[in-house]
Structures are given as C-alpha cells and as structure tokens.
Design a protein. Sequence first.
Length: 402
Amino acid sequence: MVMSIPQRILVAPSGFKESLDAVEVAAAIAAGIRQVIPGVQVRSVPLADGGEGTAVALAAATGGRIVTREVTGPLGQKVSSHFAMLGGAAGRTAVVEMAAAAGLKLVPKDCRNPGLTSTRGVGELILAALDEGAERIIVGCGDSGTSDGGAGALRALGARIHGSNGEALEEGGQSLAKVEGIDLSTLDARLAACRIDLALNPFNVLCGPQGVARVFGPQKGATPEQVEVLSSGFDRWAAVLAAASGKSELDLRTGAGTGASGGLGAGLAAIGANLVPRLELLLDSGLAGIDLDACIADADLVVTAEGAIDFQTPRGKVPAEVAKRAQAAGVPVLAFAGSIGKDAHDVHAAGIDAISGIIPIPMDMDRAVAEGAMLLREATERTFRVLLLGSAISSRLGRLAA
C-alpha cells in the first residue's frame, strides 16, 4: 500500500497560554508545513475558545469593533482592557474576554496567589458593554488568573457581599469561607434586560474532588494548604449563591461549567447567565463564520495544538473537541504541544493520532514562552519531514512488493 502525502491540511489550534494566541499558533504551524511541502493547500482555522484573542477574532469575523477600557486588574491594579461589539447580524452583541481583565497573564509570576486575585474587572467590562448598548453579552472563560467564584465581578455589577456581622469582605477567593450572604437586589438594573452567555469548558465544576480549586488552583500559584482553603470556600459560596438566587433547580456545586474561570461560571449563573460549551457557542452558532465540521471533512489531515497536552486535554479542551469531530469524519489528527504532561496518552482515545512536543532541548519556561512561534514552526518542520520520510519508505516498499 502506497502512502500519499496529504495535499489538503486543516490547521485548527487553540492558543498557547501566555505565549501565542490561536492566530499566531496557526500561522507558525502553516509556515512550518509550507517549508517542507511547498504548494500544499493549508487552511488555517484558529479557534476562539473563550481565552485570549477571542474578542478580536469574533470582531474580525463579523465586521465588528474593539472597544478599549481601563478596568481593575486581578490584583487591584488598573489595566488597559478591551471587549468586542460584533457587527452584522450579531449587532448589539458584546464579547467580553475574562482574560483581558483577570487573566493569568496579568498576574506577575512572583505575585500569583489565587486567594487574592479578583474578577472585578470582568464585571466592569460587562458594565462597559451595557454602556455601549449591548443586549447580549458573551463572556469568554479561559486563561484566567482568578479563583474568587466570580465574587469580584458580582461586586462590580452592584451586588453586596458580606460576612457574619454585615461587614464587607476583602477581594479574592480566600474570603469566600467567611461569606454569610449576598444581596443581589442592588445589581445594575440593565442586567435584567440583557442575555449573558458564558462560553466555557463544561467539564470544569466548582466543588468536589474534581472541583476547580483542586484541578487548577496549583497552576495559578496555590499551595496545597491554599487549595484546601479555596475548596472549602467554594462549598460555602455555592450555598450562599443558591440561597440568594432563589433558583432551587440550579446546581452551583457540580453543574457543568460552574467552575469555569475559577468559579466565575457559578457566580454569573446565580444572576441568570447561561453556561454553554464554548465550541457550541463560539463556532456551532455561526458567530465566527466557520463551519468546522465541513472544513474537517474537506481535509486529508487535521493539525491542532495547545499549550499543554495532558490528562486534562480530553476534558473539553480544544484539541480533543477537534479530534472528536475529525474521528467521526475519518480524518487523522496530529497535535502539537508546548509541553506534554501526565497521562497525555489518554488523548489517543479521544481521536488524536499523534502528539509532537515543540521543545527540542531543555530550556526554562520564560525562554520557551518568548520563543514560542519559532519553536512551533521548527517542530512542525521536523514532524512533517518525518511524515515525508514515512511516505517515501511506504512508496519504496510498495514498489518492491509490486
């Protein structure tokens, strides 16, 4: 059997956190492919997953515009932020990236303590979108640097959060264990007439053994002791939110997506926001102007990518979602990763046929992040040269057997 070289390649990656957005990842991969296979048809479909770059990507796809605002950053500092007002049929729809106001990238590495960081800036962006006339707000949940259950965002929107003596509590997740109540009657009145949809990973839940504090807290700088404090606080926060919302049907502890962005999902769900799987909301809705399934069906090979591929990847991460669709269409999938972690082999069952790490020699993380585009382009070249070698061997064996 003779192996042919793929002529139609779909590049459908997410971004590399703190290094490259999805557009930059797709460009680096495409450049590497074309270096090895000149003339090949490469279609780049960088996937907006709710994290960095989502607002810009959807503004471009719909002919919308980017609105810049100064908001409160995750450590209380003022940061320059932005959101999108979409164009075309999606007019009056705003896209807020929570990462643009409370992302991990905005927290210096020597200051990373998810017990202290706040989502207040996310609430401020939502208010700014309302000021622009938004009737629907999509909040992209990804690349967060917070674990406050959305308390900061709710404060910015007008909610009053208090302790046992009615006192206001400090910002950050470490105060959630002291919460006695929240008054939602003081929320900005415009929220009642605005639909809020959160684009998120539905596998992320607020509480329990797989709760967001235990799964993601260490990535945001939490010590084992802080993880337990945050986890206990989320249990209490879920009960307080459920009581204040008056919606007994809400499962704010383990409901799908409640743990998104350090619990922002639960906080905004309590005031009526919809928690929606991100690819369903950002792609399948047609907002991005992309039919991913049709693009996959037209390809000989799908190439996807993510900053880290590990045991979490099959749990709603972009490469696994792409691979699931490709597997259904019978199209092979190659995935590039900034790092390959624990139980990465689990992704093969999810439809990813091969993984390639991009770091060729030992190097510190700061250098890898800074040189991400070059490392990814070179890794793509190396991998596709191996693919060509396999094709040449297969062709030779085919001739000998003829």
